[in-house]
Write a protein that binds this ligand. Structure first.
Ligand SMILES: O=P(O)(O)O[C@H]1O[C@H](CO)[C@@H](O)[C@H]1O
Ligand SMILES: Nc1nc2[nH]cnc2c(=O)[nH]1
Length: 258
């Protein structure tokens, strides 16, 4: 972070073929709080290096505000990434899960970003969510992972959002598993819900940073440092999948055949 004297809310950057501007905000450790405008190959992109979470005290309207800004800027496709705990017993730490569907647990309790008057400029009152994660984009992500030789680490599954900030009790983890969740985290679902509401195409990738304990005899305890460490370890691989995906996105012939 720059000192107060020289502080500017943005700076120019060039990194690994990506050029653009960085904007700074304040968020949780591991989330840099930067909004990055740039290009991957010839595709203009905007990246959120970090996000806002419900557990930080932001409303879901604030959490999802950037998505609506992106929509107004002309963004058509959004790629959401997160860190999550693996509930599916076949998943290993370091796997990447292409999100097939989600469970909006806070939404069941009325913590939903679309509660309140519906803004018709963005979408309809009762949006369909059964196809939130675009099938064509999911297939492209899986094909690319295979081409890159990552097929052993890449899975598909259902992500469940809890509000956090605590990690799950064993009884909670067992319940989420029985409900059909393959992984659990504290984000993503509000952004995806608002993105689908306003007609954006969505791809979701979840990095499995830890195995969630379903067993009272297991000694390991999850912590945020472990989440950060595995995220760092897999950053290069995720970056490769994402940049290749963006570069190949012109291959998507009919994105609406979802
Ligand atoms: O979902 P993201 O923000 O990627 O991070 C996940 O990891 C953090 C907990 O370690 C929580 O923020 C959880 O949601
Ligand atoms: N709720 C939850 N969020 C996570 N984010 C990364 N790992 C986990 C986890 O095990 N549980």
């Amino acid at each position: 972070m720059q000192d107060e004297q020289s502080y500017l809310p943005w700076e120019e950057f060039e990194f690994d073929g990506i050029y653009g501007l960085l904007y700074y905000t304040q968020v949780v450790p591991g989330h840099d709080g930067r909004l990055v405008f740039g290009y991957v190959k010839d595709k203009s992109c905007v990246f959120m290096q970090g996000r806002f979470h419900l557990y930080e005290g932001y409303s879901l309207c604030q959490v999802t505000f950037p998505v609506r800004v992106f929509k107004l800027m002309g963004v058509e496709t959004i790629i959401v990434t997160n860190a999550s705990g693996g509930l599916c017993q076949d998943f290993k730490v370091g796997d990447i899960m292409v999100i097939k569907d989600h469970i909006n647990l806070p939404g069941f309790a009325g913590q939903h970003p679309l509660c309140g008057p519906n803004d018709e400029r963005f979408g309809i009152r009762f949006p369909c969510m059964s196809d939130a994660y675009n099938k064509v984009l999911r297939k492209l992500a899986l094909d690319i992972s295979m081409e890159l030789g990552y097929s052993n680490f890449v899975r598909e599954g259902v992500y469940c959002m809890v509000s956090g900030p605590n990690f799950e009790t064993i009884a909670e983890a067992r319940m989420l598993h029985v409900l059909g969740s393959d992984s659990v985290g504290m984000s993503t679902v509000p952004e995806v819900t608002v993105a689908k509401h306003c007609g954006l195409h969505v791809l979701g990738l979840s990095l499995i940073t830890n195995k969630v304990s379903l067993d009272y005899s297991r000694e390991e305890k999850v912590n945020h440092e472990e989440v950060l460490q595995i995220s760092k370890m897999r950053a290069e691989m995720l970056q490769k999948v994402l940049t290749t995906f963006i570069a190949h996105s012109h291959q998507v012939e009919d994105i609406n055949s979802n």
